[in-house]
Design a protein around this ligand. Structure first.
Ligand code: HEM
Length: 175
């Protein structure tokens, strides 16, 4: 994919739309297309993705919450924005999460470069889902970490199917 020299315009446009992006120069891999189209693509991709796309700042406060996040977690953006990530983290896992989060903010490095995190997550109605997500460290132009973005998927149905199949297999093997 070719590099587009005017990617800072895209960044400014994104920021003016309320996307707190701090793209590192090496990560600017836009094809040389009309800048406005890129903004539209990013905007619609993030806003309308069926997966939850969210961003939390260095303090772990939610600053971006897309339609997928509204659907999966049951909170409209107005309610989620400005709140701590604790909103969707089951109480028993909060300590471990924040320990890892603080370390990553201090070091600027994550153990989960391309690996998925697999965790239970909390919904507005109090129920829990099985989720899988990847994280992206978001930095400013100087490389300072601004926060972490997460792309989360509800994998509850697949997990339940898997569990049932394992139970059936175990029952068949026991015969
Ligand atoms: C929704 C439920 C969530 C749960 C239950 C959860 C739980 C956890 C746990 C148990 C860890 C420690 C993992 C380890 O030590 O290997 C962790 C680390 C972390 N979590 Fe969360 N988390 C959740 C959501 C999020 C979200 C939405 C973000 C980002 C926006 C996030 C960012 C991080 C980061 C940056 C780390 C440190 C990763 C590393 O060590 O490289 N978490 N979390």
């Amino acid at each position: 994919m070719a590099l587009c020299g005017k990617s800072s315009i895209v960044k400014r446009e994104m920021e003016s739309l309320g996307f707190p992006l701090g793209l590192h120069p090496k990560e600017r891999t836009f094809s040389p297309m009309n800048e406005i189209n890129h903004v539209e693509i990013f905007k619609q991709l993030i806003e309308q993705a069926p997966d939850a796309v969210l961003f939390a700042d260095s303090q772990g406060v939610v600053r971006l919450w897309n339609q997928g996040a509204e659907r999966i977690f049951g909170y409209p953006a107005e309610e989620a924005l400005g709140q701590s990530l604790d909103l969707i983290i089951p109480e028993r896992l909060r300590e471990r999460h924040w320990e890892g989060y603080r370390k990553v903010m201090a070091s600027g490095e994550t153990h989960y470069g391309t690996d998925l995190l697999s965790v239970p997550a909390l919904r507005n109605d109090g129920s829990q889902i099985s989720s899988e997500f990847s994280i992206v460290m978001v930095r400013d132009d100087e490389g300072k970490v601004l926060g972490v973005a997460a792309i989360m998927r509800d994998v509850t149905a697949g997990r339940q199917r898997e569990k049932k199949l394992k139970e059936r297999l175990a029952a068949l093997e026991a015969k």
